[in-house]
Design a protein around this ligand. Sequence first.
Ligand code: ROI
Length: 161
Amino acid sequence: MSSLAFIGLGANLDAPARQLWQALHHLAALPQSRLLQCSSFYASKPMGPQDQPDYVNAVAVLETGLEPLALLDALQAIEERQGRVRQRRWGERTLDLDLLLFGDQRLDLPRLQVPHYGLKDRDFVLLPLWELAPELVLPDGQPLAALVPEAEALAKVAEPL
Ligand code: ROI
């Protein structure tokens, strides 16, 4: 049985847009999985310390037969492969891959919380997610459209697919 997994991508070091492109290639090559779509790439101001470069963010949707923890392992392996550097808490990084949603599952495991704990508070997650799935209803029954900020849209930096 396969599930739809939404994955948040973020980077602000070492040519961030290129990091996202590379990550998409790695996601497309995952076993038992098909990369269905990726949002535009969005430029966003850092959440956390402000003395770090702006981020490039996107959301991808993967159809996968992997279990959530196997997918998490695969995402962490991609982060490692791209030489993930994390210098300080909430600081700059070469690549972040967050498992945002896994079908309509709710998971609260030591290693994995789904939906992602920051999903509802982060414009740089909500906007690209909304671009991909404007009709999405979160596992708690809340429509995504009710959460998306109307006023301050993020600037798109590239069309990835
Ligand atoms: N800020 C932005 N704008 N985008 C991110 O992807 C991002 N990722 C993070 C923290 C440090 C919280 N800030 C971010 O992990």
